[in-house]
Design a protein around this ligand. Structure first.
Ligand SMILES: [Zn+2]
Length: 194
């Protein structure tokens, strides 16, 4: 797969719940390999952005799988951790607001409130259960990606807050958008297929 296999709004599947994975077959392993390839290909095409995670729904595969970058500080490291049938078992501590973007919502950023710490359980690629306690940016990524498996996008959390939307300029800096012209009437973002 390449970056062109990544679906973007208003793709209706992005607003649908993905299905649980049963047996981890070779076909599932191929989907995961494809997701990795598409994520890295997308990153190679962007000047100022790194891709820290991708959910299967973003390559139009309605399965509860996502991958998360092992080292979000160093994009030379192309390794990802695979989460199959992920579940947030606990949300802990205060809620913090920070910038968030998504490969399926091109060029739009938002300030989204997320829990500072989460505990997540999932299966790895070999079908073995594991648990992670994540803080800060990793906790944010895990909440964002788990949302994808449930048909939720980050923009759905902030759609009533006109000050929460931003875009990236050509220098890679995040700047506010005009909510009324760029966002509010953007049928690409809001044509939700319920
Ligand atoms: Zn996303």
């Amino acid at each position: 797969m390449t970056k062109d296999d990544i679906v973007v709004v208003p793709e209706p599947n992005l607003r649908k719940r993905s299905k649980k994975v049963g047996l981890i077959t070779d076909e599932i392993k191929q989907i995961i390999a494809d997701m990795r390839a598409a994520t890295i290909d997308w990153e190679n095409s962007r000047e100022h952005e790194a891709s820290v995670g991708l959910a299967a729904v973003q390559v139009n595969t309605m399965l509860r799988i996502f991958i998360v970058r092992n080292d979000t500080e160093n994009i030379e490291n192309k390794d990802f951790t695979v989460f199959i049938n992920p579940e947030i078992v606990k949300k802990i501590g205060p809620v913090e607001e920070d910038y968030e973007g998504c490969l399926s919502v091109p060029d739009i950023y938002g300030r989204v409130k997320r829990h500072k710490t989460v505990k997540v359980k999932a299966l790895n690629e070999d079908g073995k259960p594991f648990r992670v306690t994540a803080h800060d940016f990793l906790a944010r990524i895990l909440q964002h990606e788990t949302d994808h498996t449930n048909g939720l996008l980050f923009i759905d959390h902030i759609k009533d807050d006109s000050t929460a939307f931003f875009k990236m300029n050509s220098e890679g800096k995040i700047e506010p958008v005009d909510f009324d012209t760029d966002i509010k009437d953007n049928s690409l973002l809001w044509s939700i297929d319920a």
